[in-house]
Design a protein around this ligand. Structure first.
Ligand code: SF4
Length: 270
């Protein structure tokens, strides 16, 4: 097992005597929180198509995912932090994929591996294929290629680690799950004669009515991003807390959390 290298954690701004470099770490809470998350990210164990073979090769001894703390692929979404969408996403499979994503605890990340998962790949516009998993789930990293090599997947995983390294507990846009409670689940698509996104239900209904009346009904569009919602109860709390500075600070924190959560929902809905 590799030894913990404290230089990874030490803040470079604070001088530590040379003789103590290997024994003392001075760091920030964000840094140690990010370091522990990104060094123990467990991927969900599933594969969809040819890209999955490359993912399996990445986990094998030659490339060795355990160097990144990612070798523990979990067969349960409850124990997974990372969803590697490795392969062609068919309309039939996107339903369980979104359901599995909803079952993963926060914080959770999605990596789209290969041309198919990123945008449909060679099967784009095929009758049974989804043109990219990002139409349903928020993707953190895209890995191009058909298929991407294990090195490319590792590069994508390192990019994800760098993204996590850049997050801060002080910025609720980075960590909206922290202290705000569970977020809304992503609507699970419905597979009928074609795939239906529940977020488009009103639009589909309106278009069906126009079509039945023999009027032009346009093309199906992704609904506009959810607008930032006002939080009247939180504002009321802010007013009520004006007498004590502690209550004020608490109300301000609550308001920022609500806003960060609303922005996250808007991003997921777009
Ligand atoms: S991107 Fe290429 S290799 Fe990967 S699943 Fe699609 S067709 Fe297969």
């Amino acid at each position: 097992m590799s030894q913990l290298d404290l230089r990874e954690l030490n803040s470079t701004e604070f001088p530590i005597p040379d003789e103590m470099q290997g024994n003392v770490a001075i760091t920030s809470l964000s840094k140690i929180y990010n370091w522990s998350r990104r060094s123990s990210m467990w991927p969900l164990l599933f594969g969809l198509a040819c890209c999955a073979i490359e993912m399996i090769a990445t986990a094998a001894s030659r490339y060795d995912l355990s160097r990144f703390g990612m070798e523990v692929m979990r067969a349960s979404p409850r124990q997974s932090d990372l969803m590697i969408v490795s392969g062609t996403v068919t309309k039939k499979m996107v339903v369980p994929i979104v359901r599995l994503y909803n079952q993963m605890p926060e914080p959770k990340y999605v990596l789209a591996m290969g041309a198919c998962a990123s945008g449909g790949g060679p099967f784009k516009e095929g009758y049974n294929v989804v043109s990219g998993i990002d139409q349903y789930l928020p993707v953190d990293v895209y890995v191009p290629g058909c298929p991407p090599t294990p090195q490319a997947l590792l590069f994508g995983l390192i990019a994800l680690q760098k993204k996590i390294d850049g997050q801060s507990l002080a910025n609720l846009d980075d960590v909206p799950w922290y202290g705000v409670g569970p977020s809304e689940p992503t609507p699970i698509p419905i597979l009928g004669p074609d795939i239906i996104d529940p977020r488009q239900m009103d639009l589909i209904r309106r278009q069906a009515e126009l079509a039945a009346a023999g009027k032009p009904y346009g093309i199906r569009e992704i609904p506009a991003p959810v607008q930032k919602q006002e939080a009247p109860q939180v504002e009321a709390k802010t007013k009520a807390a004006s007498e004590g500075s502690e209550d004020e600070a608490k109300a301000e924190r609550m308001r920022k959390r609500e806003e960060a959560l609303a922005r996250k929902k808007a991003r997921q809905g777009s």
